[in-house]
Design a protein around this ligand. Structure first.
Ligand SMILES: NC(=O)c1ccc[n+]([C@@H]2O[C@H](COP(=O)([O-])OP(=O)(O)OC[C@H]3O[C@@H](n4cnc5c(N)ncnc54)[C@H](O)[C@@H]3O)[C@@H](O)[C@H]2O)c1
Length: 380
């Protein structure tokens, strides 16, 4: 019988309980042998869902790291990752982390360096790469169906506010010190998808972020970012509000449109490609209730292969750092009214402090960031 990898779960909140545990329970190549979470109720829920003995549940991740696991799944909020990853590197444990990589790019770089020095795999849960509509669009782009992509619109305007776990901190996504940003930080998916679909790096970002109905909040509820590429642009739009979700890709030889309609437990969506052969539609049906075929299971499968074959996972931590820089550049642009080049200057406040580094920039007093006092700005 093939040996299974031993995985440990660090952070047992909503994404762990609803997505990672059901996905991991489907996989042959891995067995979850322990969990860690300072919130006793959540660690107990995870322990029961995994049918583990009492001794396998730890209040502190360092206890879990002593139990000879091969890889840790990091599903605690992002600002805890630097300390946890440093301990994983010391313990010789591979890491698969939830997005965003962390909230401060310089800390992300240190994590990447430590894991590299320890010769360990460090992967991102960039699971939207594996959603069927994006996979299909990517395949169509690679096959030349629309020529060279010139403009993409990625829309997530109908996002429901995703609260933190009630046993922990329901409001952490809106607490700047905890999250480092609002909807765009949460939907960093849009930044890595933009890079993936365009097939080239982002060169600069210009953006606006705002709050319409949540005055007094520390982070944005709405973001519209223009990502500049060599010979192309992506508009990434996100709102904890009402609106369509989906995408449009325009290329030199045609275009692709994705329409998404959510009903019940399944998402019915359709991808249509229009080119010189005429229009062609592909239905995309995802059964969201089947964790074994979903995007989380696919990410774990890929990471297990990466460990076993000593190769890069589909989304290495360096891709997480690039995506994080895209989010922070968007916030800086929204605050200053200027286009921000990427990658961030390694010596800049933005790189060293993340979104908090905006305070060191010339902020436009008429920008929504300033007027709403987002991101910990007191007054300008
Ligand atoms: N890939 C996706 O599609 C997706 C979906 C949802 C959430 N996420 C990401 O997953 C992460 C967690 O989100 P969530 O919605 O599960 O949050 P949550 O509030 O539901 O759970 C967070 C959990 O982390 C625990 N925790 C806090 N500090 C910890 C520490 N030092 N060590 C271990 N555990 C700790 C809390 O006690 C809580 O149980 C976030 O980074 C979020 O962006 C990703």
């Amino acid at each position: 019988m093939k040996k299974k990898l031993r995985a440990g779960l660090i952070g047992c909140g909503n994404v762990a309980l609803n997505h990672h545990i059901p996905a991991l329970n489907c996989l042959d190549g891995v067995e979850v042998t322990g969990v860690a979470d300072p919130t006793a109720a959540n660690r107990e829920l995870a322990r029961l869902a995994l049918k583990l003995p009492d001794r396998a549940a730890h209040a502190d991740h360092r206890g879990l790291l002593k139990s000879s696991i091969n890889y840790a799944v990091l599903a605690a909020p992002p600002q805890f990752r630097p300390a946890i990853v440093a301990d994983c590197a010391r313990a010789g444990v591979h890491v698969l982390t939830e997005k965003p990589l962390c909230v401060v790019p310089a800390e992300g770089q240190v994590m990447i360096d430590r894991m590299q020095e320890a010769d360990l795999s460090f992967g991102m849960i960039h699971n939207w790469l594996f959603l069927p509509e994006y996979r299909l669009a990517h395949k169509l782009v690679l096959s030349g169906s629309i020529g060279t992509p010139r403009h993409i619109t990625l829309q997530q305007l109908g996002m429901r506010v995703n609260p933190g776990n009630a046993n922990y901190h329901r409001h952490w996504r809106h607490d700047f010190a905890h999250s480092g940003g609002g909807i765009l930080m949460d939907l960093v998916h849009l930044i890595y998808l933009a890079i993936h679909l365009m097939g080239r790096p982002i060169q600069a970002v210009s953006a606006t972020v705002d709050n319409f109905d949540r005055d007094g909040e520390q982070v944005e509820e709405f973001a519209t970012a223009q990502l500049h590429f060599d010979g192309g642009y992506v508009s990434a739009n996100a709102w904890w509000g009402q609106g369509p979700n989906g995408f449009e890709l325009s290329g030199t030889a045609g275009y692709i449109v994705h329409f998404q309609n959510t009903s019940g437990d399944s998402v019915l969506s359709q991808v249509t490609v229009v080119n010189s052969d005429g229009p062609r539609s592909y239905p995309v049906t995802t059964n969201k209730t089947d964790p074994c075929t979903g995007s989380f299971a696919t990410v774990h499968r890929d990471f297990i292969q990466a460990i076993l074959e000593n190769k890069e996972p589909v989304a290495p931590a360096t891709a997480g750092l690039t995506a994080l820089e895209g989010v922070i550049a968007a916030y800086a642009s929204a605050a200053t009214g200027q286009t921000v080049p990427l990658p961030l200057d390694r010596g800049s406040s933005l790189f060293k402090k993340g979104t908090a580094g905006i305070r060191d920039l010339p902020i436009r007093p008429d920008s929504p960031v300033s007027k709403r006092r987002l991101f910990g700005l007191k007054e300008c």
